[in-house]
Design a protein around this ligand. Structure first.
Ligand code: ZN
Length: 131
């Protein structure tokens, strides 16, 4: 199950990987889980087969991998506009069940094309750590 630690940041390599994966899936969506080393997000577990259309990636909760510790989720929004990174209703459903740190990336996936949210969908700060 996800743990509810207070995450303070993400290692740059993990964030770069997230943005690269976002680009490679575009215009489709992907979903992954974020795992942490202590209080820092250090790894991404992609969930292949759980993405569906080009509009809405979906996690089937009964297909969540067992025995993996994670602190949150990540997915991309291929169709930007105003509020490109705003969580959808479905996102909020997932956020509430998969930890307290959720990254949404959005096209064109530049270094600043991402936001982080807590389990309630409130935007939260996430430091980038150079380790
Ligand atoms: Zn979304």
């Amino acid at each position: 199950m996800g743990k509810r630690g207070r995450i303070r940041g993400i290692v740059r390599d993990a964030l770069d990987f997230i943005l690269e994966v976002s680009k490679s899936y575009h215009p489709h969506e992907f979903i992954g889980l974020l795992s942490a080393d202590g209080d820092v997000i250090s790894d991404v577990i992609l969930l292949p087969g759980m993405l569906s259309s080009d509009r809405n990636a979906s996690i089937r909760m009964d297909m969540m991998p067992l025995g993996i510790s994670y602190v949150g989720s990540v997915h991309n929004h291929p169709h930007p506009g105003s509020g490109a990174a705003r969580p959808s209703t479905q996102d909020l459903f997932i956020f509430a069940r998969t930890g307290n740190c959720h990254i949404i990336t959005f096209h064109p996936y530049d270094s600043d094309c991402w936001r982080c949210y807590d389990s309630r969908g409130e935007e939260r700060e996430l430091k980038i750590l150079e380790d």
